[in-house]
Design a protein. Structure first.
Length: 196
């Protein structure tokens, strides 16, 4: 019996390595390329006119699209059950290496969130980028541990469409280092090198 189980385990195909980038509004971008390439993929998708710049309108439009992903019943609010679904199914890596969802709740780090100087069956194999980061902040350019719940401005544990849109504009401002109203790929912080 043990030999059969061992043979089955050895014969099972290994899942391809998966990397992760968490976009500023919390959308996980996964793939078999490095995290910087995943960031490039996100940037190209949000830059809808292909001019090499993400304007406020493009960022706002993407945030509205992402809100829809996290509000599957389309009632205009991401409630605690939908936040729990985000943490358990959409981005299970969120709580890895932390003391759980409660530790990662809220957006207290949002005002100092830029990175200094990546619900899958195949969680990312690259290590977290920085040991001081928690939750989604470990895989993105903004150090916001829980980007969905972090948009809850009135702390009622529900994120409205308006709160999410306002959080998008705050995050855009954090990334717009030259304050020209547009983000270029070169302007975005590089992801820190993974710690091994």
């Amino acid at each position: 019996m043990v030999a059969l189980l061992l043979a089955l385990l050895l014969a099972a195909p290994e899942a391809p390595p998966r990397n992760l980038f968490v976009a500023p509004m919390g959308e996980p971008i996964r793939g078999d390329v490095g995290a910087e390439a995943l960031l490039d993929r996100w940037f190209a998708a949000v830059d809808s006119d292909g001019d090499g710049r993400i304007g406020r309108g493009e960022f706002r439009t993407d945030a509205a699209r992402v809100f829809g992903l996290f509000d599957p019943n389309a009632d205009g609010r991401i409630d605690p059950a939908e936040i729990a679904d985000y943490e358990a199914r959409i981005l299970p890596e969120l709580t890895g290496g932390s003391s759980g969802p409660a530790a990662d709740w809220g957006g207290a780090l949002e005002h100092g969130a830029i990175a200094g100087s990546s619900g899958s069956a195949n969680p990312p194999r690259q290590p977290a980028y920085d040991s001081f980061r928690r939750g989604a902040g470990r895989y993105g350019i903004l150090n916001i541990p829980q980007p969905v719940a972090g948009a809850d401005a009135d702390f009622d544990r529900t994120v409205t469409r308006a709160e999410f849109a306002a959080a998008a504009m705050r995050r855009f401002a954090l990334l717009d280092s030259d304050e020209d109203g547009a983000l270029t790929r070169a302007e975005l912080p590089k992801l820190a090198k993974p710690k091994r």
